[in-house]
Write a protein that binds this ligand. Structure first.
Ligand code: ASP
Ligand code: MG
Length: 423
């Protein structure tokens, strides 16, 4: 008997019919003797619907007060589903109880719309489990120290599930979703993409951060930090398939680099088109400049990624970095109004139509020439590389957005990702 956490995404619970299926699946696990905690997100489309309503009524200059109410509003989608799922489980003959984040409580900081979990009290859940109940906990939401409801950012119920699994030291956290696992790349772009049976936690982290939308990145960080065994699998298999088969399906995110995984040098191609590039030209080349620029950006809560500073000429240099496309206008304004005047830099220019494409694989650690193979592949396609950034297990390039799909397809082929890995 094990303690297991299931997480179900919005499409897996998009109708009462599907909710009933989820309840039956969960009941199957519980009847097999497992202690079950389930973390659902909202019905598909519901969070978008709620946020669109807010946008219609939003104040001219939305501030913290508005963001507080956004969380109050958006968190309701999850509350609807925990109630419905608990009811569906009861009608399957199971004892079941649901909780909103604040009832557990799942404590977060006060960063509305992107709060971070600080602690989870496991006592209430454990007491229910001990009584044989299936416990349903809302995804996506928590409560800050002043009892304000917070949310964890879009896709945040993955993180809720992993955090609950960590707090309960669950044997495994199963993320049921509308895809049947993690793929070498997005099959909508490369139909030959393959499902990976296992992927290392570090690879998954890179892929998630580069826009592979299977898991919210914070959930992967959490899983890594607390060593939560995590599996991504399909919620569209029949609910009554053999439990052992179900438990082996999908993609397992592993912590050990086993020998099999050494075979593939590159495990996947990740990409992200929601990016923008900003360059500050003619920056005086002296200590403290990077801090002056990026400190101001960080203080505005804007995340920066690829950062490049050029060789200086005549005591001046150019400084470039990327931000999420949604933050582009805000970052440009900030730089023009606050940073540039203080810096004595000449100009800030930007491009909101770029993308990032990268090859990811822990095998890159022990192999040379992987990056050059990538560059050769892109040059053969006539694609210009604007920026490059590397880590031990990834090589990332910034490209004009219009080349994204071409680059992903060419790289997928060049690294033989459409062929099953050697056994
Ligand atoms: N319902 C939230 C969203 O749509 C959280 C989630 O689905 O994970 O972002
Ligand atoms: Mg999701």
């Amino acid at each position: 008997m094990a303690l297991i956490v299931h997480k179900y995404g919005g499409t897996s619970m998009g109708s009462t019919e599907r909710i009933r299926n989820v309840a039956r699946r969960v009941a199957k696990w519980a009847r097999a003797g497992h202690q079950m905690v389930v973390v659902p997100s909202a019905m598909s489309g519901e969070t978008n619907r709620l946020l669109a309503l807010a946008k219609e009524l939003a104040p001219q200059k939305p501030g913290a007060a508005y963001h507080r109410e956004l969380d109050m509003l958006a968190s309701t989608g999850e509350q609807v589903l925990v109630g419905l799922l608990a009811i569906a489980l009861q009608s399957e003959g199971m004892d079941s109880v649901s909780y909103a984040g604040w009832q557990v409580p799942i404590k977060t900081n006060s960063a509305y719309t992107k709060a971070r979990i600080e602690s989870i009290d496991d006592r209430r859940i454990r007491a229910d489990l001990a009584e044989g109940k299936v416990v349903i906990v809302t995804g996506f939401q928590g409560v800050d120290e002043d009892d304000n409801i917070t949310t964890l950012g879009r896709g945040g119920s993955d993180t809720s599930a992993v955090a609950v699994a960590a707090a309960l030291k669950a044997q495994e956290c199963l993320i049921y979703t509308d895809v049947d696992g993690v793929y070498t790349t997005d099959p909508r772009i490369v139909p030959e993409a393959r499902r990976l049976e296992t992927v290392s936690f570090e690879e998954m982290l890179e892929m998630a951060s580069l826009g592979s939308k299977v898991l919210q990145i914070r959930s992967v960080e959490f899983a890594g930090k607390y060593k939560v065994p995590l599996r991504v699998l399909s919620s569209f298999t029949p609910w009554d398939i053999d439990l052992a088969e179900e438990a082996r399906s999908g993609t397992l995110i592993t912590f050990e680099e086993d020998e099999q995984m050494e075979q593939a040098i590159v495990s996947g191609i990740a990409f992200n088109r929601d990016e923008a590039k900003i360059s500050i030209l003619g920056v005086p080349d002296k200590p403290g400049i990077a801090y002056q620029i990026l400190g101001a950006v960080a203080d505005a809560n804007i995340e920066v990624d690829v950062i490049i500073q050029n060789v200086s000429k005549d005591g001046k240099t150019d400084f470039s970095f990327t931000v999420h496309r949604n933050e582009y206008a805000k970052t440009m304004d900030l730089l023009k109004e606050k940073v540039l005047p203080a810096l004595g830099a000449q100009e800030v220019v930007g491009d909101a139509k770029i993308c990032k494409v990268s090859i990811v694989g822990i095998g890159m650690r022990s192999h040379v020439g992987v990056a050059s193979k990538m560059f050769r592949c892109l040059s053969e396609e006539g694609i210009n590389i604007q920026m490059i950034s590397t880590s031990e297990i990834k090589t990332l390039v910034v490209l004009d957005e219009k080349y994204m799909e071409l680059a992903v397809r060419a790289l997928h082929r060049a690294f033989d990702l459409d062929q099953p890995a050697a056994a």
